[in-house]
Design a binder for this molecule. Structure first.
Ligand code: F0G
Length: 352
């Protein structure tokens, strides 16, 4: 390889890999931590955005998937299976292709953003769309995988969370310390649990002297943990986190409580507003990712934020994953004119 070697090499001593583990990589990880100038000024804190959409398949899922697929291959499996709201399936399909394995994905019919579906198609996954939601798809996967001899690569697979810890490592490595607080979307609740594992592991090893307060945000229409009861029919336009029975529920509650943070919800309107503010920073994240920034702003508005701290919001997925949401929320702002310079000048002289 040239350049960054990927996570299994870069964080080898922190991960369950040895000489028997296939050296699988799409050079995932090493994503930018971008200082958000406008949000920092607006909120009177140093706000950084962890750009997980810069991973090879455009989401944080690659961090856990590289390890989960490598370990499945090491165990002699030839097929991986997962349920997904889209990103997990794109990542599973990509790493399966890379490892010369098959991927089977179960998705909620009609509720996967276009970019994610396009990826799964192109990477050659077997795509099964169920007439039901993510929670039902995951329940089916967990029931059938063993009988079919397939490896489950949802975040109920412990290798997924171990791989996803590396994002917390990278944040600490980049800042030279742990942030004061971390803000992150919550869907199936795996990622917040993985970050907390990572921060704790780094603190325990003496790499950092503190751990951040962990703040996780569900979508209001899918806020099972906040309401302390499963949501039978979860709804939100942030389809990535349209999940009513989070698998890592207990781990997420533990992360919030043990870190001095909280799990809260944000409304679809708050998510949409944060989605636009992120774009003003020059960054394009998918709607679910904006729940982290929406949550940060919500805490500010409720007077709960304080000042002068180092805060990190995780932007979990690339905005290109869901072009329909961008166009729908902004409206089609394209101005169509004749192919003629005078027509273009006339248009541009009219201020909007
Ligand atoms: N953000 C994005 C872009 C996601 O795709 C997901 C989860 C989350 C946040 C929430 O992370 O589930 O660990 O709490 N997507 C899964 C999927 C469910 O199938 O792609 P979580």
């Amino acid at each position: 390889y040239v350049g960054w070697p990927g996570l299994l090499s870069a964080y080898r001593e922190w991960l369950p890999v040895d000489n028997h583990t296939p050296q699988l990589s799409l050079h995932e990880g090493n994503t930018p931590l971008v200082y958000a100038t406008k949000l920092s000024e607006m909120l009177e804190n140093d706000v950084y955005l962890k750009l997980e959409g810069a991973n090879p398949t455009g989401s944080f899922k690659d961090r856990g998937m590289v390890l989960a697929v490598a370990k499945a291959k090491e165990a002699g499996k030839d097929t991986v299976i997962c349920a997904s709201t889209g990103n997990t399936s794109a990542s599973a399909a990509a790493f399966a292709a890379r490892a010369d394995m098959q991927a089977v994905i179960l998705i909620p019919h009609g509720y996967v953003a276009l970019g994610k579906l396009a990826q799964a198609v192109q990477y050659g996954a077997r795509i099964v769309a169920i007439r039901g939601n993510f929670d039902e798809a995951l329940a089916i996967v967990r029931e059938i995988a063993d009988g079919l001899g397939m490896a489950v690569v949802n975040s109920v697979n412990p290798y997924r969370l171990q791989g996803q810890q590396t994002a917390a490592f990278e944040i600490c490595d980049a800042l030279g310390t742990a942030p004061d607080a971390l803000f992150i979307p919550v869907g199936n609740a795996g990622n917040i649990s993985a970050y907390w594992m990572g921060f704790e592991a780094y603190a325990k090893a003496g790499k950092v002297l503190k751990t951040p307060n962990m703040f996780g945000f569900e979508a209001e229409g899918a806020a099972a943990i906040v309401r302390n009861q499963p949501v039978e029919h979860p709804e939100t336009f942030a389809t990535a986190i349209r999940i009513g029975k989070p698998a890592s529920w207990d781990k997420a509650v533990h992360a919030a409580e043990a870190s001095g943070g909280a799990i809260d919800f944000v409304t679809d309107d708050e998510i949409a507003q944060a989605y636009r503010l992120i774009a003003r920073e020059g960054l394009f994240a998918e709607p679910a990712s904006a729940a982290s920034v929406a949550g940060l702003i919500k805490r500010h508005q409720h007077g709960l934020l304080g000042r002068g701290q180092t805060l990190v919001c995780v932007l979990t997925g690339n905005g290109l994953k869901d072009p329909d949401s961008a166009i729908r929320l902004a409206g089609d702002v394209t101005e169509v004119v004749d192919s003629d310079q005078h027509a273009v000048i006339k248009l541009l002289e009219r201020r909007v």
